[in-house]
Write a protein that binds this ligand. Sequence first.
Ligand SMILES: [Zn+2]
Length: 320
Amino acid sequence: MIESLADYPWIAGSIDNIKQRATAGSLAHALLLASPPGIGSDLWASTLSQSLLCERDKWEQGCGCQSCNWFAAGSHPDYKVIQTEEKSAVIKVAQIQAVVDFVVKTSQCGTKVILIKDAERMNLSASNALLKTLEEPQGNCYILLHSNSPGRLLPTIRSRTQLQQLDVPSKAQTVEFLTARGVEELPRLFAKRALVAPLQLVELLASDDYADRKRWLLALAEKQSIDVLQAAKKFSSTKIDDCIYWWIAYVQEAIRQIDQPDHNWFAFLAKLTSLYDRLLSGANPNAQLTLETLLMDWYRMSRKFDFHLEEDVTIKRLSE
Ligand SMILES: [Zn+2]
């Protein structure tokens, strides 16, 4: 599927907004592009870069000017992207030194753009090396710091940049985006959150992990005449630490819903939590046996209480 900006109306809205600032001359040359993850901030940052470089000032994709052609080919001489290099979790000072050199270089088409991806990953010396450049803005050079965790940037870096936040998609935009990608189900768990990250959700729903989790919940929600041996067998191939991790969340939710849960619930929760800790530190119990024992406890307890786990994670049709 070829994506275009029209598929991301919330990004197009943000770009328009920045365009107005640029036209009014109130756009700073050092921008902090802040956004939560999973809503397309990479596309936002690269579209904005292309727009700032465009020779015709059209702020449109497929403009056809030399600059936009270079950009599309990935060979723009006035565009530099900095990101963590392979095997490194941080952006190093040598990479920022390259930025400093690039800033003073002569531009080929009039404007230069430097995009620093995941800017919060700059280590202390890299951040300090960038400060001076941020303090001395160059007329034709934009430095874009992109970050999904802007709070982790040094305050001195933040104070020298103009904050631009990517608009979060509205519920309607999210639903439309997901529907266009064949996602016909929207877990209510996500619908309840303040922010639904549609790109993250598409990825999650397509993953094996999600399918396993859904099967696991359905098994737990079963209250009548369950065959514990069969149920445990079905899941012995799933990673046991995943099952336990999800289970802890469901037990916590059940406890929230139940009117006066008895001590068995808390004991069960403690049992799961301590098992999870042991699994993380390398314990390797027999998955089938462990799940059997726990499932017996679970069904014995859960039958006596009224709660609706399925209400929280039931797959709900978007059209409903
Ligand atoms: Zn152009």
